[in-house]
Structures are given as C-alpha cells and as structure tokens.
Design a protein around this ligand. Sequence first.
Ligand SMILES: N[C@@H](CCC(=O)N[C@@H](CS)C(=O)NCC(=O)O)C(=O)O
Length: 211
Amino acid sequence: MILHGYYRSTAAWRVRIALNLKGLKAEHRFHHLRRGEHQAADYTRLNPQGLLPALELDEAGAVLTQSLAICEYLDETQPDPPLLPREPLARARVRAFAQAIACDIHPVQNLKVLNRLGALGLDGDARNGWARDVIADGLAACEILVASGNGAFCFGEGPGLADLCLVPQLYNAKRFGVDLSAMPRLQLVEAACAELPAFQAAAPERQADAE
Ligand SMILES: N[C@@H](CCC(=O)N[C@@H](CS)C(=O)NCC(=O)O)C(=O)O
C-alpha cells in the first residue's frame, strides 16, 4: 500500500495511526501542503478532491480517499484489533464523535478555508482566531460526548476511531492556541494514546518529511 500524506496533515495522521494499530505497513509519499503539491495533476489523478490522504491499495488501480472511509476499510479487511465496537449503539456513538471532528471541526479550519479567508481580507491574527474558535467550540462538545466514560480511551479500554481523530485535532488545537483546561477528559485520553507505539510512530515529528 502507498499512503499519500504530509507530516502535519491531521487527516493523513488518522490513517497512519489506524495502519499502526493494525500492524499494517505502507510506503509513504509526501505532498507538501503549503507548496500546493496536493493540487498537482499527478496527485489529483489519485484524489480528484486534491486533499490528503489517499491510500493506494495493493489491488491494481484501487485508490481510497477520505480518512474515515479508509480507516473503516482497514477495519473491515483487518478486523483485529477493532477500531469500532461491535454493538450498533456503541458503534454509532464512536462514529458520531469521529465525525464531530472530521466533518464539523477540521473542515472549517482547514488550510483552504484559512487561505480563502485571507483572500477575503482577514489578516493572520483574524484567521488564526477563526481556527481557534471553531476548534474550541467543537472540542468543548467532544468533551461532553466522552465525559461520562471512565476508560482510558474515548470509548473504553482500547483505542479506536474516536481516539485516532482526537489526537491530531488536539495537536491543531494547540497550534492555534486553544485553551484546553476545561477539557480534562480529552487531555487524559491524549495522554493514554501518547503511551502507545502506534500513536508515537504516527506523530508528525516522526515522519520523514517533518520540518
Ligand atoms: N475529509 C477529508 C479531509 C481531507 C483534508 O482536508 N486534508 C487536508 C490536510 S489535513 C488537505 O489536504 N488540505 C488541503 C487544503 O486545504 O488545501 C478526510 O478526512 O480525508
């Protein structure tokens, strides 16, 4: 498999964690986001959205896009250890948490949105303030979604889809200066994930293209 990513792409980071949790190897190809390499024709042929990540499978010509779809594909083809619980209600709760981040927080603070805000006249401070506010609002809701849990991870005693979305999003939260003090449960989960080699090896600073 070939994973197309960038060290600081939080969506690619989710897939790196999933691959590591499953013990799956992939070749890594890097596309520099700030230099716009994800918009080059040889990449948009793979992902017409021009977004990272994309996963080229060993099956000739098969390419997967969208990090959550990729993680669920990996979970279905390599079920052990599971990224989702088996029971439907519990599965729906984990997916809801993951989507709260991947569908409702991350896209609003994504590079192309910040660039567009810049083009509309917002200066750097205002753009960063935008990102900080949307991440803070979204993560405050995430804290409530997992507040009643008492496992080490978002939903129980093992890491899964929710955790692999949370950790990269917390990294972005810190980058943009979000105050996490009112989110103790999210911070505990982050600390538990940080103990695991699968999360450690997926961290941006451990990637070959890290700057
Ligand atoms: N929903 C997509 C989001 C992918 C995405 O937005 N990736 C970012 C990097 S984290 C990207 O490629 N951004 C390029 C841009 O904003 O121009 C997924 O989960 O895969």
